[in-house]
Write a protein that binds this ligand. Structure first.
Ligand code: COA
Length: 384
């Protein structure tokens, strides 16, 4: 090795997960509460349009049901930042006051809570961190970046930027952070995912009104040279995108000003859930198997899979294809029942709440999938 090559080798690092953090909103909505409010909205709508409905000019809306929601998705409740207006049949959406510019924004606020927890658990102070990635499926403003606001709140000297890869934002953030460490451009990176998904859910849409919940997660990715003794070695990461129109949100700065766009359903989350289910399961299972093969990891021997939390049936099928048998709760834990789909944060919540019991040498997989389509796999091994 010449001098430049050996200096370069000394600078490059090996990425690990040092710790994670989680912020859970206090308020939660059960399926029973959600369906009661939705059905009241339906009854009011049908009564208000009774004549037009009987004349065949307006379609009558149908009731939602608790049984359907649980059977189709596995979701029983979801945490939210603003419960009362979501359940009010006249509002049916969160109402979070816009804050003045000198106050911390709500996404940054909950992101900071999760980030501080990750730092505390790693025994790290903000001065040790080099970069903040705010990786989430929607940002509350265009700029300045939420990540830079989080950086400022924590007192981090470095850089930050926002990134959005829908439900795969966190795993794409993990690979990006890992790459900074592999390249020697950073030693400690926070990947923060504040997901206020209640703001882009159409609470009046029977097909999807039960899907999402709010949360914030943080993952501290560091060079193994500075990591705490107990950490998660990142064995390898794989990202994949394939264009699909089956999950869309057309909200954007070019259409917001048009009066006909106001309140339009396509400016919120909309999906062809059946097609998503059918197309994404094989794509994700194959990506995991290919990457395990490349890393020489025995997929069937994975100790635990922390899968994206969108649908219990999808997770059952993916885990079955990867492990070769039906996964139990210990092999593929669920947080979907109490958190709902929290977009990119789902697999990180599953990891945060269900990883302390693993022992040195245990290998697991953090995996996300969603709009784009996008999918991300992060293979990790416990070091303790
Ligand atoms: N209450 C009662 N019935 C409902 C209902 C509700 N809230 N919503 C839909 N239904 C009805 C439909 O009208 C349909 O009735 P029909 O058979 O008489 O036409 C029936 O239930 C089946 O609807 P469908 O939309 O095909 O349900 P599904 O079994 O596909 O489940 C999802 C819906 C959304 C839960 C499921 O498709 C899913 O989770 N897909 C993957 C989504 C995903 O991962 N997205 C990523 C987002 S990041």
């Amino acid at each position: 090795m010449d001098d430049i090559a050996s200096t370069q080798a000394a600078l490059t690092g090996h990425p690990v997960i040092s710790a994670t953090g989680l912020f859970t909103p206090d308020e939660s909505i059960t399926n029973e509460e959600l369906v009661a409010s939705f059905n009241e909205f339906v009854d009011r709508h049908n009564a208000a349009h009774a004549d037009a409905i009987s004349a065949g000019e307006v379609e009558a809306l149908s009731h939602s049901s608790v049984e359907f929601i649980e059977k189709a998705s596995g979701i029983k409740a979801r945490h939210v930042m603003s419960k009362a207006p979501i359940l009010d049949p006249d509002t049916m959406g969160p109402r979070l006051d816009e804050r003045p510019d000198h106050e911390t924004s709500i996404m940054a606020e909950i992101g900071v809570i999760a980030a501080r927890q990750a730092l505390d658990r790693a025994g790290r102070s903000p001065e040790d961190v080099d970069a903040v990635l705010c990786a989430a499926s929607n940002m509350q403003r265009a700029y300045p970046a939420m990540a830079i606001e989080i950086q400022q709140e924590l007192g981090i000297d470095g850089f930050g930027f926002d990134m959005n890869v829908a439900c795969s934002s966190a795993t794409f953030g993990l690979q990006t952070a890992a790459d900074y460490i592999r390249a020697g451009n950073a030693k400690s990176v926070l990947v923060v995912s504040p997901e206020i998904t209640s703001g882009h859910l159409n609470w009046r849409d029977r097909d999807s009104h039960f899907i999402f919940g709010d949360v914030a997660t943080a993952v501290l990715v560091e060079d193994s040279a500075i990591a705490p003794a107990e950490h998660w070695d990142i064995l390898g990461t794989k990202l994949k995108t394939v264009f699909s129109n089956n999950i869309r949100n057309n909200f954007g700065f070019l259409n917001r000003a048009h009066p006909e766009s106001e309140g339009a359903a396509d400016k919120l989350f909309v999906q062809e859930g059946r097609k998503v289910f059918k197309e994404v399961v094989p794509l994700v299972a194959q990506m995991i198997l290919d990457e395990a093969d490349r890393l020489k990891v025995d997929a069937a021997g994975l100790r635990r899979m922390w899968l994206h939390q969108a649908n219990a049936g999808m997770n059952r099928l993916i885990a079955q294809r990867v492990l070769g048998h039906e996964a139990n709760e210990d092999e593929s834990p669920t947080v979907l029942d109490t958190y709902g789909n929290t977009s990119s944060a789902g697999s990180i919540i599953a990891f945060h709440l269900n990883s302390d019991d693993l022992v040195d040498g245990d290998t697991g997989l953090i995996c996300s999938f969603g709009a784009g389509y996008s999918a991300g796999a992060v293979f990790v091994r416990k070091v303790a």
